[in-house]
Design a protein around this ligand. Structure first.
Ligand code: OOG
Ligand code: NI
Length: 461
């Protein structure tokens, strides 16, 4: 271990990395820059029009986070790639949270999200990367499975500099400032778009026929970042504003409907670019096109308890049983109407969400003097001694993610497939268990209650 090495915070490495990714993506996909500008304008408008929300954002130091906030997504091909990805993200304080089974949507991947978990790290920079692993076991024929595995087995998606710096961070418990800069530059290479396919046109075409995602994952040198998603305070306004900026959004917003109290996550995206690619072939260069990259926006709301989540899942199923969006999106209005109507059964005020145990809240003393320390929490809240703020949902939703995948493969059609979750295999390939997201929210709420109790007890002395 090098003497006197000053370790920089993983939060800082994450911030530098997410900035570098954003700059790279803006240069690669100009519409992303346009989208960022639109989101910034809408967020400013919302804060001007909603004093309570603006105060909350300020009080929680969320203003700065809002500008920084985004998630991205990648798809890897092998267990070894996934396991190294886990080590790479660990350098930036990001750990795998949640298991998402996308086979429900007929997409042959399963996924996790690498993200920071503690409140302070999230406040500094909540950057997350939705990471999917190809499931060769879901491909229809054995020859193809073997061929895909062989192609993937002969690529290396990390630079040797990157691998060295990951090992160094593991050995020394972190990186110093110069090492961190080098790490960001090396890591960025893995996520860069590279237009040369590693296979001839014929192989690409064959894999594409099985599933467009298979071609996207197998035929290139690396797992190019396929989107970066800024967070907006009003997703409907951004969705409506997109056409005016020359962007065509997908037909419907995924997730819950618009509400007074936003819950979980709402997302919408726009179609990927058609990008020129070059195939590897003997002699002449062959050209083709590939759609890999797209834009997305998200609006985050309060995290739900298992009881709230069960209600959400039940209502969403009811909506989809009633109306399924057609591949061309022509019945989007019917879907939105059904969504709004069915979700009337989901309470839409903070007091009820709290009293019915549907959502997670963070509690804090308001400073009002004379709190009866022995009173129960609800009484303390009702009498203004303790405040309750919604805890933001930091994760993803499998049905929504499936919709995002589908729309960017050029097919908005909603279908229900059989679940073929394989969490144990995923964790084995990852080389670690994934953190249970619900446990994180429950712990955050519990810790805030303990802190309230301690503060009230101290104020009695
Ligand atoms: C990931 C799609 C899922 C989200 O926000 O739910 C996703 C992908 O297309 O690789 O990013
Ligand atoms: Ni996304």
């Amino acid at each position: 271990m090098s003497a006197n090495k000053t370790i920089v915070s993983p939060d800082l490495v994450r911030t530098r990395f997410s900035r570098a990714m954003s700059d790279m993506y803006r240069a690669e996909v100009p519409q992303y820059g346009t989208l960022m500008d639109l989101v910034r304008t809408v967020n400013l408008d919302v804060r001007r029009g909603d004093a309570l929300l603006d105060r909350r954002l300020r009080d929680n130091d969320e203003i700065e986070r809002l500008e920084l906030e985004r998630h991205g997504a990648i798809r890897v091909g092998t267990a070894a790639e996934l396991a190294t990805m886990r080590r790479l993200f660990a350098v930036m304080g990001m750990v795998p949270v949640g298991y998402y089974d996308l086979s429900v949507a007929g997409v042959p991947v399963h996924s996790t999200a690498f993200r920071p978990v503690d409140a302070e790290a999230l406040r500094r920079n909540p950057f997350r990367v939705f990471t999917s692993l190809l499931r060769l076991d879901l491909l229809p024929d054995e020859t193809l499975r073997r061929e895909a595995a062989e192609i993937l087995g002969s690529r290396s998606i990390f630079t040797s500099g990157c691998l060295d710096l990951i090992a160094l961070a593991e050995r020394d418990g972190g990186l110093d400032a110069a090492e961190a800069d080098a790490f960001v530059a090396e890591a960025l290479e893995t996520f860069r778009w590279q237009s040369e396919a590693t296979v001839p046109a014929e192989v690409y075409a064959r894999l594409r026929k099985v599933h467009p995602l298979v071609a996207d994952i197998v035929c290139f040198k690396g797992p190019h970042i396929n989107h970066l998603t800024p967070r907006t305070l009003d997703i409907d306004a951004v969705q409506d504003g997109m056409p005016g900026k020359g962007i065509t959004p997908k037909a419907v917003i995924e997730g819950p409907p618009r509400r007074r109290v936003p819950i979980l996550l709402r997302q919408t995206s726009f179609r990927a670019l058609q990008e020129p690619i070059r195939f590897r072939s003997s002699g002449t260069a062959e050209n083709g096109t590939h759609t890999a990259r797209f834009g997305e926006i998200e609006q985050r709301g309060v995290a739900l308890t298992p009881k709230g989540r069960a209600l959400y899942d039940r209502l969403l199923t009811e909506v989809r049983d009633r109306v399924q969006v057609k591949p061309d999106g022509s019945n989007a209005a019917d879907y939105s109407a059904a969504l709004a109507e069915v979700f009337r059964a989901f309470p839409d005020d903070e007091a009820t969400l709290r009293s019915e145990g549907l959502a997670y809240f963070r509690y804090a003393p308001t400073g009002k003097p004379g709190a009866p320390a022995e009173a129960d929490l609800d009484t303390l809240v009702a009498s203004g001694f303790v405040g309750a703020e919604p805890i933001t949902y930091e994760d993803f939703l499998p049905v929504s993610a499936a919709g995002i995948f589908a729309s960017n493969l050029g097919d908005e059609g909603q279908r229900n497939h059989t679940r073929r979750a394989a969490r144990a295999a995923f964790e084995r390939d990852l080389g670690a268990t994934v953190t249970d997201e619900d446990a994180l929210y429950a712990a955050a709420e519990r810790a805030s209650i303990a802190a309230v109790r301690a503060a009230l007890a101290a104020s009695m002395r």
